[in-house]
Design a protein around this ligand. Sequence first.
Ligand code: SAH
Length: 520
Amino acid sequence: MQKEKKGKVWLAGAGPGDAGLLTLKTARLIEQADVIVYDALVSAEILSMIPETTEGIYVGKRAGNHPVPQEEINRILMREAKKGKSVLRLKGGDPFVFGRGGEELELLIKEGIAFEIVPGVTSAAAVPAYAGIPVTHRDYASSFHVITGHARMGGEVDLDFHSLVGLNGTLVFLMALSSMEFILNGLTEAGMDPDMPAAVLENGTCAGQRSVTATVSTLKEMSEREGICPPAVIIVGKVCALSSQMHWAEDRVLGGRQFLVTRPRQSGSALGACLRDLGAQVIEAPTIRTEPVCPEKRLRQALEMFGTHTDQEWLVFTSPAGVEIFFDQLMEMGTDLRGLFVRDADVRIASIGSGTASALKKHGLLPDLIPREYSAAALGEALSGEAKKGSHITVMRAEKGAPELLFPLISAGLDVEDIPLYRTVYETHPFLEEKVRDMLWQGKIDAVTFTSASTVLGFTKAWEDVDYTKIQAVCIGEQTAEKAAEYGMQICVSEQASTESMVKKIVELYGRDTLNLNYS
Ligand code: SAH
C-alpha cells in the first residue's frame, strides 16, 4: 500500500470466510492499513491476521444491538481518511454484491477522497462450490442469478417469480433465510416443479459449514429441522443434486475443524499452515511475544570470556527466541560464529527441543545434546550427566526461567551462568477477543494448541471469562500440559516437542480417515 498523505479508502472484499479465499491484494492491505473498518461477516480466521497495532473499528451488529447505521459507516470512512490514514473497509464476500459498497463510496466521492475497490470472492459462487454445487453446468444450467431475499423496510420481498422461473438457470438467494417460505412458495406458484432440487448452505467455506439439500417443496421443513442459521445461501436448481457426489470440503482430513493456535507469531505459522493444508480453519492468536531485556552487557561479557573458564564450555538454549537474540547480539558485537571458537575450549551446544534445534541449525550450529523430554528439568538432568566435571555452562533464556533447569547442574558442581535474554509479554487481541470468546462458549473451537506453559497463561489472560473446563488443549509437553490442567482444561500431549508431532496428535484426535494418511 503506497502511503498517501492525503488518506485513502480501500473498499475490499474479504471473501466468504475461509482465509485462503482472500485475494493477495486484500491480504496485503490487511497487513498495511492504518485503520480497518469491518463487520460481522469477516471471519475470526481473517481477523486474526490483523496486526495488533492496527486500529480496528467494528461496525457490525453486537449481540442484541442494531448494526451501525449506513450513514454512520460512511462518515467513519470519511473521517478516518481525512485524518490522512490508509483506511481498509473490509466487507464479507465481494463489496459490490449486496454489500452496499456503492453507498459507501458516495460520500467519499462527494468529499473528493481517493479510493480503490478490491473485489472479493463472493459467497454467491464460493459457498455453493464448497458444498459441491457448481452454479452452472452444461447439462443442467447455463446461467446463474444472484438475488436478494431481503425485504426493504420490513415489507415483503419484491420478486418477480414468473421471470425467475422462466430463466431456467440456477437461482442463488442471499439474505433469504427469513423469507425462505415466501420465496419457495412464490417459485412453485409461478410454475416451478415442486421436486426441483434446492439447498440451504450455512456458514459456507468456514469450519462450521453445514448444508441441507432437498427440493423446493421440502427445503423449508428440512432446514428448520436442522436448525439452519444465518449466514446462509439458498440455492435452487438442478445443480443442487450434484452435491451428493461432488461434496468435498467436509471430507478433508480436518475438514469442519477449527483450531486456535496460541504460538508466538514467528514460530506459529508452520503449525497453522499444516492444519490448514489438512482442511482446518485456523485462528492464529499468539498469546505471548518475547521482548529482549537489554541483555547487552551481561551477554557481551559472557561472550568475551567465553572459552576462558575451563576446557569444556556449554551454551544452553531453551527457545528459538533465545537463539535469535543470541545471534543478533553476536552480530552487534561485530563477530560471527567463529568468535565462539577462538579459544581452545571444547564448545558444546545444548538445546531443549527440536524447535530450538532448528533455530540453531539455521545459524549453522548442530546441538550436541537434546533431552528426550521437552522440559527444563529434563534438560538440566541430561546436561548434568553429559557435561564434563567442572565445565562452564552459559544458559541463555527468558527472565525468571524455570529453576528446575539449574538445580541438577548446580548439584553436579558445574559452573553455571544464567543470562536472561528476553521476557515474555502477554498479547491482547482487540479484534478477536469477543468473537473468539463467543466461539469458545458455543464450542465452535475444537481445540486450542499450546506450545509452552506461558502460552497457556497468556491465553487465560487474553480470554478470562471462559469456562476452561470445556476447552480441549493440545499441549507440546508435560510442563505445558500441567499448566493447562491447572485451569481445568481437557488435555492431551503430543508425543514429541515438534510441530509435526502436534499435527500428528491433532489428526489422531480430530481427523477423519486417518488410516490413509502417511505421517512420519
Ligand atoms: N457481499 C457479500 C454478500 C453480503 S449480503 C458476498 O459477496 O458474499 C450477506 C449475505 O451473504 C448473507 O445473508 C448470506 O446470504 C450470504 N453469505 C455471506 N457469507 C456467507 C457464508 N460464509 N455462508 C453462507 N452465506 C453467506
